[in-house]
Ligand binder design. Structure first.
Ligand SMILES: [Mn+2]
Length: 424
């Protein structure tokens, strides 16, 4: 999608400086007993899935301002995902959303293969009504009081599994908007029972090598109560369903100041952490670009993940879940993937032997300083070298801008106005 001569020309401008910076960082890390080549290999091994819906411009409940050359369908989205991975080399998979991305699976596989992409977890949608559906989700879906509505929502999730199975996906993420807006509107106990009954029906259709992820969210679109509102509820769900059920943590789905890294630690301990939706937030579920508001929190989450490496059965699906309202989504997704990868690499620099020693002797100051020393290390030369060696761009955004990709696709993709699938 991006001419390789553009990538080569942009890299040529920056390669000498990069090599000098990389060597200097290598010397610095060697003094700390860290082999920079091993850390670079870890950076190369890291991948996070792009959400197909993130390639379109998002929106708010007030408005959506479309961008130029937005993808018209899943095949355009996969082209954009190919650009993102081609330049940033950190997003080898795409997470689909049904029905927004419904198309012939064989054609989707062929397009993905063209770009060297695979498919991560499938996402179902019972939080909005589709034109052809018989029953409305206005008052709920998997937990609706009406059995026919629940069954329609169950069938939709089963269809997502069937589509995903043809694409090589191995997981289904279930997030529902069900809840209530008024005290007394629903019986919270019976509503949860209905939800569990529906989830058990979906769970029964999971292939043996699949997992189902329960994604919690504190509020919105329901504003008084939400059926799957916190990690405790999500843990109950995953435990009751069985071994193939795990919890998915979306970083924006918590009350302000909640200690998410501790939730991560707890879920890993219980064998119930399945994956993440990465984003950042200031006030609520803002779906801002990863690492733009609180990069230290992102680092602390990865500190727990790196610490838990090697834990029996730990197999995490990393996905981005963001809404891009004022930026080019391709640029935001490339930068976000790099920021997530950065947090992973920084967390890989933590001196865990020293940290355990400080923890054991209650040296709070030095324990904290040990974490911050890793966080403060500028690992950009490692990330850039990993990209360069894998055929990507030293500077993904500058290279993307130099390529003129957006202007080219704008010529064949008409402007999409009003509300659309980009709103999440
Ligand atoms: Mn999410």
């Amino acid at each position: 999608m991006i001419n390789s001569s553009v990538v080569a020309a942009e890299n040529a401008k920056r390669e000498a400086d990069l090599r000098s910076d990389y060597d200097a960082l290598g010397d610095h890390l060697a003094r700390r007993g860290i082999d920079i080549a091993a850390i670079k290999d870890r950076a190369k091994s890291f991948g996070v899935a792009v959400p197909s819906w993130g390639t379109g411009t998002g929106g708010t409940r007030f408005a959506r301002f479309p961008g130029l050359g937005e993808p018209r369908h899943i095949f355009d989205k996969l082209d954009d995902c190919g650009v993102i991975h081609g330049l940033a080399q950190a997003t080898p998979t795409v997470s689909l959303h049904i029905p927004w991305d419904k198309a012939d699976p064989a054609e989707m596989l062929a397009k993905a293969e063209e770009h060297g992409l695979g498919f991560d977890a499938m996402n179902s949608n019972t939080f909005q009504d589709q034109d052809e559906q018989a029953h409305s989700y206005k008052y709920g879906s998997l937990s609706h009081t009406d059995a026919a509505t629940r069954s329609q929502a169950v069938e939709h999730n089963i269809e997502c599994i069937e589509i995903g199975d043809k694409l090589g996906s191995k997981a289904l993420t279930v997030w529902i908007g069900d809840g209530s807006n008024f005290p007394g509107q629903t019986h919270m106990g019976r509503q949860f029972d209905r939800y569990m009954e529906s989830m058990k029906a979906i769970y029964g259709h999971l292939p043996d090598d699949w997992r189902i992820f329960s994604e919690h969210k504190i509020y919105e679109p329901a504003f008084y109560s939400t059926v799957v509102q916190d990690w405790g509820t999500s843990y109950i769900i995953a435990s009751e369903l069985g071994d193939k059920a795990q919890c998915l943590v979306d970083l924006g789905h918590h009350a302000p100041n909640v200690n998410i890294e501790m939730i991560v630690s707890r879920l890993i301990r219980q064998g119930k952490l399945g994956g993440f939706h990465f984003n950042d937030s200031k006030y609520g579920d803002d779906d801002l670009d990863s690492g733009t508001i609180d990069p230290y929190r992102l680092f602390l989450v990865f500190n727990e993940l790196v610490d838990a490496e090697g834990t029996d059965g730990l197999n995490l699906s990393h996905m981005i879940d963001q809404s891009h309202n004022v930026t080019d989504p391709i640029e935001s997704l490339m930068i976000s993937a790099c920021e997530i990868q950065r947090a992973f690499v920084q967390a890989s620099l933590v001196d865990r032997t020293a940290l355990a020693g400080y923890q054991d002797c209650n040296d709070a100051l030095m324990a904290s300083a040990t974490l911050r020393r890793a966080f403060r290390t500028d690992v950009e030369p490692i990330l850039a070298m990993a990209r360069l060696e894998q055929g990507g761009a030293i500077d993904p955004v500058a290279t993307y801008r130099a390529s003129g990709y957006r202007a080219q696709v704008a010529e064949v993709r008409p402007k999409v106005s009003g509300a659309g699938g980009g709103i999440v």
